[in-house]
Every structure is written in structure tokens, then in C-alpha cells.
Write a protein that binds this ligand. Structure first.
Ligand SMILES: NC(=O)C1=CN([C@@H]2O[C@H](COP(=O)(O)OP(=O)(O)OC[C@H]3O[C@@H](n4cnc5c(N)ncnc54)[C@H](OP(=O)(O)O)[C@@H]3O)[C@@H](O)[C@H]2O)C=CC1
Ligand SMILES: O=CC(=O)O
Length: 325
């Protein structure tokens, strides 16, 4: 690695072992701009930073304009919707991310939401916790089978395919998927079928979105799309909240068209206190925990640190999303 000491701004907590890898080589400021007390330190360090590493905070073009020395942003996430891609390209700044290391964990989370919504896990656990289990439950509390149901996947990249494997191989579910290009997945040998969006929505019992947020996917699921879903279908989102028009989702739930929704991601995060999604009886809401296990967050931090150090040493980083020479 390069012996030239550069300035690194860590804008989200990093595990100590990864932070130590950076401080061994570079000057480091740790300041999370989401914490008011740390905001001044973040702003003071930004103009000198050669590298940024972190996640969750949107790097706006205005913020980028203050970072005149910047060579690389290393995001501790696979999604890159928090970054101004055009401005980064114009300035030749590398954007690195963490694909692959979080795929299986995020697929587990998506599948957990499929199970939780279909079998009413949270509602029934609360039934016990709140002391309402005083006799055998009746039909009003029965759930719905997952095995054998048709799963419609919006997005069929790394995570979508990992969800499909769980569904098709573990639960005998036929899988339909929507993406711009068909994917050859011999492992599923015809059990995952590339399907136009409208047909997928009309045929799937459970629709799970694992899409990146882009100008094309923003608001993809609106009133028309929820209206095409089977009456009583379930909707799950493990990609990005803003791919869904939340008002339309709520309306589909309230009108009884959708049976339930399982959501790990929201248009605004954390979910605002007055959001009806917080307490809706047929919504299982999680605080964006797709990749949040000890093992996976450690692997993401390690990959992001490697990306950063490689970029600052003038090497091609392991996982570049965009930019650079
Ligand atoms: N909940 C959480 O904590 C997590 C959420 N995520 C989110 O999941 C997203 C997906 O991750 P990953 O699977 O690794 O990404 P990939 O890039 O591997 O997959 C993206 C998929 O989306 C499809 N896609 C992209 N644009 C469109 C479009 N306009 N219309 C239809 N399909 C489209 C792609 O296919 P094609 O290009 O052929 O259209 C591809 O199948 C991330 O970008 C991130 O936002 C990721 C990790 C954790
Ligand atoms: O949402 C998480 C990510 O890695 O992207």
C-alpha cells in the first residue's frame, strides 16, 4: 500500500479493527454528520478529505463541491442511491461499494419477511406476549401457506437470485422475475421465469422487490401496479423504499386488495413518527436490517476498508461501482 499519508473522513462508525487498518496508513477524522455534535467536525474535515468511508448519509452535489481533494468514496453498502453519480463521474472520483458479501444475509431478511407476513408471525407472537392465548386459536388467526405459492421477484440480481434459490429449492415455489434482461440461472433450470411486470403482478401470490433505486425504478410500484396484483396477495420490499409509492401501498392494504406487506425499507428513513406504516395492523416493518448481522456488517466494513485503501494507494479497488480512470 502507498506510504503517502492522506486524509480520510469516516462518516459512520467503523469496527475498531477496520479503523485501525486506515489509521495505520492515513490521517483519520471520524465524524458522523447525522449526529449534530459531530457535524462541525465533519464539515471542517470535508475540504481536506482524500477519501470518504461510510454509509446512510446522502452525499449531495453541494456537499461534494466542498470536498475539493476527494479521490474516492467507499460506501459500506451495495446500494449507491445516496451518491451523486453524475457529479462523481465528472470529477473522476471513484465510488466503491460492497456487493456480494451481504447477498445471502439480505436474502434471508427478505425471506423472513415473506414468512412473517404469510404466517402472521409478529401478530401471533404479540398475541402470546399480551396474554391473549387463552384457548386454541381460530380461523381468524390462521395464516397462509408459503410453500408452493408463486413468488414474483422485482429485481433479479445478486439478492433476487439468492431469494429465488431459497424459494424454488427450499419451498417449492415457482418464481417469476422482472428485470430488464433475462438471466441464465441453470441452478434453477426453468423454475425462475423472466416475466413482463404486469403479468408477474397478476400471477404472483407474493411479490418481493429487491430493486436498486434509480430514476427508472423510483415509484415503480404505484396504484396501477398494486391494482394488478392478485386480490389477497402479499407485498414485500427489501430493496429501496422509494421504488414504492407508499400512499398507493397503504390504499391497497386499506381497501383489502393486499393481505399484508413486509417492509425493510422506506421512502424516508428512519420512518417518521406519524407514518401510518409504523402501526398499520397488516404491515410488518423492520428498521432497514437487510444486511444487519454481526458477520455481514463486519464483512462489509472489511471490504469497504480494502476498497478505500486500494484506491488511495492508486490501485484498482476490489469493488468499484463507478468512476476513476
Ligand atoms: N434492505 C437492505 O438492507 C438492503 C437493500 N439492498 C438493496 O438491494 C438492491 C439490489 O442489490 P443487488 O441484488 O446486490 O443488486 P444487483 O445490481 O445485483 O441487482 C439489481 C437487479 O435489479 C434489476 N434492475 C435494475 N434496474 C431495473 C429496472 N429499471 N427495471 C427492472 N429491473 C431493474 C437488475 O436487472 P437489469 O439490470 O437486467 O434490469 C438486477 O436484476 C441494492 O441496490 C440496494 O438498494 C441491498 C442490500 C441490503
Ligand atoms: O441497504 C443496504 C445496502 O447495502 O445497500
Amino acid at each position: 500500500m502507498s506510504m503517502v499519508r492522506k486524509s480520510v473522513l469516516v462518516f459512520r462508525e467503523l469496527p475498531p479493527d477496520q479503523l485501525a487498518r486506515i489509521t495505520a496508513v492515513h490521517e483519520v477524522v471520524v465524524a458522523n454528520p447525522r449526529k449534530p455534535a459531530e457535524r462541525p467536525a465533519f464539515e471542517a474535515a470535508l475540504p481536506h478529505a482524500h477519501g470518504l468511508i461510510g454509509s446512510s448519509h446522502p452525499v449531495t452535489p453541494q456537499l461534494l463541491a466542498q470536498a475539493s481533494q476527494l479521490e474516492v468514496i467507499s460506501s459500506i453498502s451495495v446500494g449507491v442511491d445516496n451518491y451523486p453519480l453524475d457529479a462523481l463521474r465528472e470529477r473522476g472520483i471513484l465510488l466503491c461499494h460492497t456487493p456480494g458479501v451481504l447477498t445471502e444475509t439480505t436474502a434471508d431478511t427478505v425471506f423472513a419477511l415473506v414468512m412473517a407476513t404469510s404466517r402472521r408471525i409478529v401478530e401471533l407472537a404479540n398475541h402470546v406476549r399480551e396474554g391473549r392465548w387463552d384457548r386454541n386459536i381460530g380461523e381468524d388467526l390462521f395464516g397462509w401457506d408459503v410453500h408452493g405459492k408463486t413468488l414474483g421477484l422485482l429485481g433479479f440480481g445478486r439478492i433476487g437470485q439468492a431469494v429465488a434459490r431459497r424459494a424454488a429449492l427450499g419451498f417449492g415455489m415457482p418464481v417469476l422475475y422482472h428485470s430488464r434482461r433475462p438471466v441464465d440461472m441453470p441452478e434453477l433450470a426453468g423454475r425462475a421465469v423472466h416475466t413482463p411486470l404486469d403479468r408477474l403482478l397478476a400471477q404472483a401470490d407474493i411479490v418481493a422487490a429487491v430493486l436498486p433505486l434509480t430514476p427508472q425504478t423510483r415509484g415503480l410500484m404505484g396504484a396501477r401496479e398494486f391494482g394488478l396484483m392478485k386480490p389477497g396477495a402479499i407485498f414485500v420490499n427489501g430493496g429501496r423504499g422509494a421504488t414504492v409509492q407508499e400512499d398507493a401501498l397503504l390504499q391497497a392494504l386499506d381497501q383489502g386488495r393486499l393481505r399484508a406487506a413486509g417492509l425493510d425499507v422506506f421512502a424516508t428513513e428512519p420512518l417518521p413518527p406519524d407514518s401510518p406504516l409504523r402501526r398499520h395492523p397488516r404491515v410488518t416493518a423492520l428498521p432497514h436490517i437487510g444486511s444487519a448481522t454481526h458477520e455481514t456488517r463486519q464483512a462489509m466494513a472489511a471490504l469497504a476498508t480494502t476498497n478505500l485503501l486500494q484506491a488511495l494507494a492508486g490501485q484498482r479497488p476490489q469493488a468499484v461501482y463507478a468512476g476513476g480512470a
